[in-house]
Write a protein that binds this ligand. Structure first.
Ligand code: UDP
Length: 351
């Protein structure tokens, strides 16, 4: 690793952010522009979330993706590469498994090869989904010792996790690559995913889907009784974590990190109830005015091959020990911020 730390005041540094126009990328870009003097080489196929920054002289935006080998070579010329690009829409894991695998394995592997050759530090976003088909009583998921079960080959829900896990193993296996892997535990916040039929198709992840239903006055759909549990993490905490990496490259290099908030664990059924309550507060209406939640079967809703992880509880000691990070934003604050944003951003479109 060639950096002791990345000085925020050093205006000779350029960070490449792949997937910069996405949910996490847009928040990261904003923070880099605000907190540092660095330049950003941003790559994405879409840019509507970062529209306000496109004229910033410290930003170069390239409308492209990692499918193009010439783009990969260009990205790897920069000393630090953050890769957030991925197909991560759950309904597509079943219907487009091959494309999901290409996006989550082939492209990152090619980027890893290029970074190994050029000597760039690759900060690659993986997923907490690599922990697979965890059970209701599964305990803390430790980055380096958890055993992983990913379901049969017909259980295409795991196409995404399988590809992400293989990409991690590939990076760890490249002896000359400086790599860091990040495993997000249900990051949420403004600009997350999309509203189906408005700015995206398919079924977005749970927070965006529940928010869409609430904004549209439609029933929330609870898959398989909503017994699965997740720990939701503010995207702002996630951005702070990336800055902890920038400040500690040597400690971060060659490591995979869970980034999550164990204090924010909730079942999906309880999430539906809490989001309904907060949405009523935000809109100044009574909960009785909001349609009753509907139960749906996972395979009927998502398609054949759907399975679920029942509990995803991160061990977060490693991030605290090696780079001094702990997620702090409480669940209620995270949900209120996201729902308020959804109501304001999509309210006019939906009505
Ligand atoms: N889920 C749900 N209704 C929805 C969307 C998701 O009940 O409209 C459930 C889903 O079955 C899973 C959990 O919410 O148990 C989280 O799903 P998400 O798609 O956000 O991603 P995951 O955390 O599984 O990767």
């Amino acid at each position: 690793m060639k950096f002791a730390s990345l000085n925020p005041k050093d205006n000779s540094i350029t960070v490449a952010i792949v997937g910069c126009g996405g949910f996490i990328g847009s928040h990261l870009l904003q923070a880099v522009l605000e907190r540092t003097c660095w330049r950003v080489f941003a790559v994405d196929l879409e840019s509507y979330r970062i529209q306000q920054h496109l004229s910033n002289p410290r930003l170069e935006f390239l409308c492209a993706d990692l499918a193009d080998p010439l783009v990969v070579e260009r990205i790897a010329k920069f000393p630090v590469v953050v890769n957030l690009a991925a197909i991560c829409v759950p309904s597509r894991y079943m219907s487009e498994a091959a494309a999901v695998i290409r996006s989550n394995y082939d492209h990152p592997a090619r980027l890893a090869d290029a970074c190994a050759k050029s000597g760039s530090w690759l900060i690659h976003f993986s997923t907490s989904e690599i922990y697979g088909k965890t059970l209701a009583d599964s305990g803390l998921l430790d980055e380096d010792s958890a055993d992983i079960t990913l379901g049969g080959v017909g259980a295409s829900r795991w196409s995404y996790a399988t590809a992400k896990l293989l990409a991690e193993r590939y990076m760890a296996g490249l002896s000359n690559l400086d790599w860091t892997v990040v495993r997000p535990f249900n990051f949420v916040g403004p600009f997350m995913d999309f509203m189906p039929g408005v700015d995206g198709e398919g079924i977005p992840r749970v927070l965006a889907n529940f928010s869409s239903a609430l904004v549209r006055g439609e029933p929330i759909k609870l898959v398989n009784g909503g017994v699965a549990k997740r720990t939701f993490t503010s995207v702002h905490d996630a951005v702070d974590f990336i800055f902890c990496l920038f400040a500690n490259p040597e400690a971060a290099c060659g490591q995979a990190f869970n980034v999550g908030n164990p204090d924010n664990e909730i079942s999906i059924a309880e999430l539906a109830r809490l989001m309904t309550e907060i949405f009523a507060e935000v809109k100044g209406i009574s909960v009785a005015e909001i349609p009753v939640t509907q139960m749906v079967d996972g395979v009927e809703y998502y398609g054949v091959g759907y399975e679920d992880s029942l509990r995803r509880m991160p061990s977060v000691q490693k991030a605290e020990r090696l780079v001094g990070f702990r997620a702090l934003t409480p669940l209620r604050d995270v949900l209120r911020e996201s729902l308020t944003w959804f109501a304001e951003h999509y309210g006019i479109v939906a009505e």
